[in-house]
Ligand binder design. Structure first.
Ligand code: HEC
Length: 108
């Protein structure tokens, strides 16, 4: 029985880590993020997110990238490139929603 404790702790920890990312956003916030995606992100990545100054953010490309990697790229930007950090404007939950949307292709 006691041998199971580390396993249970690991399980509890991974749930604790997963919950904030899986948390649902208010519909109003989702609409605001959808607008941000088209207008702000779209100003560099193209209004259809098919690429511009920044690379295309289309689901065929985004699907192959780890979700956490995309979240980090959004929150911290890509150092030494035009991709700015969004941490001042977006929460990790917002970034996770954007990453999920990009991977499932809401804009297409
Ligand atoms: C000022 C221009 C600009 C804006 C605004 C911008 N990006 Fe970027 N983004 C870039 C550039 C340039 C890159 C390529 C960075 C590199 O070469 O690694 C990039 C890279 C990325 C990547 C990594 C994709 C890849 O294949 O390397 C993601 C994801 C991303 N941006 C998402 C976003 C999101 C979401 C927004 C809006 C919240 C946004 N970007 C706004 C310029 C921008």
């Amino acid at each position: 029985m006691t041998r199971r404790i580390p396993y249970l702790l690991a399980l509890a920890f991974s749930f604790a880590m997963a919950v904030p990312v899986a948390a649902a956003l208010e519909p109003e916030r989702e609409r605001a993020l959808g607008n941000l995606l088209v207008h702000d992100c779209g100003s560099c990545h193209g209004t259809r997110l098919r690429g511009g100054l920044g690379p295309p953010l289309t689901p065929d490309r985004m699907r192959h990238l780890p979700r956490d990697w995309i979240v980090d790229a959004i929150l911290d930007g890509r150092r030494g490139t035009a991709m700015p950090p969004w941490r001042a404007l977006l929460t990790p939950e917002d970034a996770a929603w954007l990453a999920r949307s990009l991977q499932s292709g809401v804009v297409e």
